[in-house]
Design a protein around this ligand. Sequence first.
Ligand code: PLP
Length: 405
Amino acid sequence: TLDNHPTGRHFLQIPGPSPVPDRILRAMSLPTIDHRGPEFAVLGRRVLEGIAQVFQTRHPVIIYPASGTGAWEAALANTLSPGDHVLMYETGHFATLWNRMATRLGLKTEFLGLPGIEGWRRGVQAHMIEERLRADREHAIKAVCVVHNETSTGVTSDIAAVRRAIDAAGHPALLMVDSISGLASADYRHDEWGVDVTVSGSQKGLMLPPGISFNAVSPRAIEASKTARLPKSFWAWDEIIEMNKGGYWPYTPNTNLLYGLAESCDMLLSPQHGGLPAVFARHQRWAAGVRAAVNAWGLDIQCADPAVYSPVLTGVMMPEGVDADAVRRVIYERFDCSLGTGLGKVKGRMFRIGHLGDCNDLTLVAAVAGCEMGLKLSGVKLAGSGVQAAMDYFASNAVRLAQLH
Ligand code: PLP
């Protein structure tokens, strides 16, 4: 057979970067302007106000021209001192990478979690954090770090429960949360949940290309940054917060991504489209449709606790002896659809279907069809049709499209 040039849109079904809507692509195509000029200040103030609403905070949000990993480092470097004891929780690959970063920065980390693969199938066990903090009578632990939406597994942890656990233990540790793949898809409330630093990134629920990332900070976190002694310069909050008051940054910001961010915030917050509650509801609905498909195939969902199923992505586990990456390759080569690979402990054992951002029922039915065909071509025995199950779910759980556009 002849190689066909791919036509139509590539199906970018990884859990971020997610597809960038045309409206945002157009907004980003505006000419780059003087980042010290008056026009820029209007844009700067607009994005700072908008993004704070997305984090559901009244406090500052720092925007970095960096990927999410940079914002992880910023959260730690601004609040902690060399040798500080940090309690991290192992939900999956990204929690593991953040833990490794903390160690490399000279922090003393403790990595809590359920043993083996079990911890990668469930959310943060808040009671374990509470017990550990109660035992820390001299308050040596300076921060608790957890991942909100673990992108490597498809599990969304209960952050309010982690805050309650810290409070129940009467412990002063800061609460730092990675919501890089949760923000603007899964419900997230920085202020209400008492989070001190929330880390996020542009390329997931915000529907932007990769390249900017965020620290939402509480007054307590800002207070801690005044005495924290880990080296920081580029990441230092103080100068950025000061310059942000006028709508500027101490260095050259990522102007065109900020145009995109302004557009993204307008789309996410628009009251006539239902605002954030509609955003969260549609992600839950898409996730339920995709899970209906996986259940119909008779395959296991990586997340073993329905209370913490991710609205952002679903991890699909392969039967024994099936290489998930080989299945992914067939789906990519035959149907031009990219799926997330298994990371770390689950490499080769599962793949991930992203259902976030600029999706709709039909793109997801098509993505599920690509998976179903690829699974069959790979010789995986399926119990039934996931495509039919997803269609049935979406058809019987209708939403008015006016709410989506
Ligand atoms: N944390 C989570 C939960 C993520 O999903 C990712 C990226 O996928 C990261 C951290 C790292 O972010 P980045 O790749 O933008 O540096």
